[in-house]
Ligand binder design. Structure first.
Ligand code: ZN
Length: 213
């Protein structure tokens, strides 16, 4: 058995050797670890069901994944309100949801409608495909939400419903981005706000990125 002092000396020497052999300084490693931990830790997503007027909180990771128990809870919360059927919501859509939940923390996301599979729902509706969420956040102006989502993400559909007071957000992998304003009973595509929101504010605009992975 080694004397304690010698053990300490060996440990110190080993640590020094490790530090010397590592090309990245320790503080940078610590920073990287923090980033990795942050990416892996879920976001607390506060929800408010507008139809049933109840609150729920679920933990969703920034890439839109979650544990099995949460996945079951999310499926149930976002079920079709006409048929009662449940469906897993698209991961990229949940990644965007986690993003805005974090951005506007601690406000709740008031959801109006998510999965819709009832008779009469269009065959091409992203709601039927469990990729869309209609929602608002109390205290946040809809145009701010709308512009943030449109500016930040690609392969999305973003609809603004000023009369109904909600934003439609869907992920549509490999499809063109689509923006619209719903007014007087119909969609108006290529709205001016969409052009303005993506206009570069400087010579080097921030890059857009896809939701999730
Ligand atoms: Zn919608």
């Amino acid at each position: 058995m080694l004397p304690i002092l010698l053990k300490l000396k060996l440990a110190t020497t080993a640590a020094a050797g490790l530090a010397a052999a590592t090309p990245v300084p320790m503080p940078a490693i610590a920073v990287a670890m923090t980033i990795v931990e942050r990416a892996a830790s879920p976001v607390e997503v506060k929800l408010f069901d507008e139809n049933l007027q109840v609150n729920a909180t679920v933990a969703i990771r920034r890439d839109g994944t979650m544990d099995d128990a949460t996945a079951a809870e999310v499926k149930h919360l976002f079920r079709c309100r006409t048929t009662g059927r449940e469906h897993a919501i698209a991961r990229r859509t949940l990644a965007m949801l986690a993003d805005i939940a974090e951005k506007y923390e601690p406000r709740a996301i008031e959801f109006v409608s998510v999965y819709r599979v009832q008779h009469g729902e269009s065959a091409t509706s992203p709601h039927r495909d469990a990729r869309a969420i209609d929602f608002r956040i109390r205290g946040v102006q809809l145009p701010k939400l709308r512009d943030y989502l449109w500016r930040t993400y690609t392969e999305v559909g973003i609809g603004w419903y000023p009369a109904e007071q909600f934003i439609h957000m869907d992920s549509r992998p490999a499809l063109h981005d689509t923006a619209w304003t719903f007014l007087t009973g119909e969609n108006h595509y290529h709205p001016y706000w969409a052009e303005v929101a993506r206009r570069p504010v400087s010579e080097t605009p921030p890059p857009r990125h896809r939701s999730g992975v």
